[in-house]
Design a protein around this ligand. Sequence first.
Ligand SMILES: NC(=O)c1ccc[n+]([C@@H]2O[C@H](COP(=O)([O-])OP(=O)(O)OC[C@H]3O[C@@H](n4cnc5c(N)ncnc54)[C@H](OP(=O)(O)O)[C@@H]3O)[C@@H](O)[C@H]2O)c1
Length: 335
Amino acid sequence: MTTRQHPIGSGFTAASTATDVLAGVDLSGREVIITGGHSRLGREVTRSLVTAGASVTVAARDPQRAAAILTDITNADDINGLGGVQVEGLDLADPASIEAFAQRWQKADRALHALVNNAAMLFAPERRLDARGNELSFATTHLGHFQLTRALLPALRLAGSARVLTTTSGAARFGSIRWDDLSFRSGYDAGAAYAQSKLANVLFTVELDRRYADDGIRAFAAHPGVVIGPGPHAPSAVANYRAQGLVDDDGATVIDPAAGKKTAEQGAATLVFGAISPLLDGTGGVYLKDSDIAVLDNSERLLTRDSIPSDANAAMLDSEDARRLWTITERLLVP
Ligand SMILES: NC(=O)c1ccc[n+]([C@@H]2O[C@H](COP(=O)([O-])OP(=O)(O)OC[C@H]3O[C@@H](n4cnc5c(N)ncnc54)[C@H](OP(=O)(O)O)[C@@H]3O)[C@@H](O)[C@H]2O)c1
């Protein structure tokens, strides 16, 4: 729905952090699920939401490892049930695991105020398939989150007013949906597979919001910015990062939020904004950036060392494509 796709003047900037977005916000009594809520951006979202009083369930494919990473957030010896964070097993590439996770939630009769679909398979160098023959980044990042969201709809409805925030990427702008070859039987390319999965995240958001806004469930897709972490970076990654202007000649991370190069705290801001900010009440189905609704820019922009185009464009928000992808996805999920 491109007409809603314009900034609201949130007052935040590219440099705002998750802590800034949550200043003065009390999330006591709010239940949040976040996939991949233990690493890089997700960890920062978890930390800030818990600090604001939310009860956060981190869904991770290796829950013990995730719990170990998160322990310092809560300062708890046993993370489960303490300090507002719980860690539960969920493998987004395994439909049975997703079903089991959602069943556990439903059985507990818990309302869900925000679902943060944040995990992703990033730039898999080689083409891999899930058990059903779907390319693994599409399966993990799109199919898995689609199945999870659908299974949790009753819990989202129970909240009365709920959000589904899906972490996408500016890469969606450069992506295309390979309607006739979603799983790259030919011409696999890690960047194209990632961009397809991230475009699917945005189209999913558009159709989800269209279908469920009347039930009080609003959907947003958010680009966090480029976040590579403070370093030190793996020697194998440094040359690539330098070519992209993400590290300087000394190998130090470049932080330039206005240019889209952010700390994890800054990157997490837009995710938290989409998941909880009351400034977004009454809207949905839009793409967020820099803790606001992004500008719609249909001009051709090139990705260069100094410029990372990440505004919305009409193709990302195309309602016909969104419906088409939804229908195809439903078919792909039939066991
Ligand atoms: N960092 C950036 O510059 C950037 C830019 C634009 C968009 N994004 C998006 O931001 C989100 C977070 O990225 P990040 O940079 O924080 O990446 P990250 O540290 O690699 O996190 C990815 C997460 O996805 C989880 N994951 C992967 N496969 C999974 C599966 N089958 N089941 C369950 N969880 C799975 C990983 O779990 P494990 O720990 O078990 O591997 C990890 O927690 C992603 O959606 C990404 O596309 C990032």
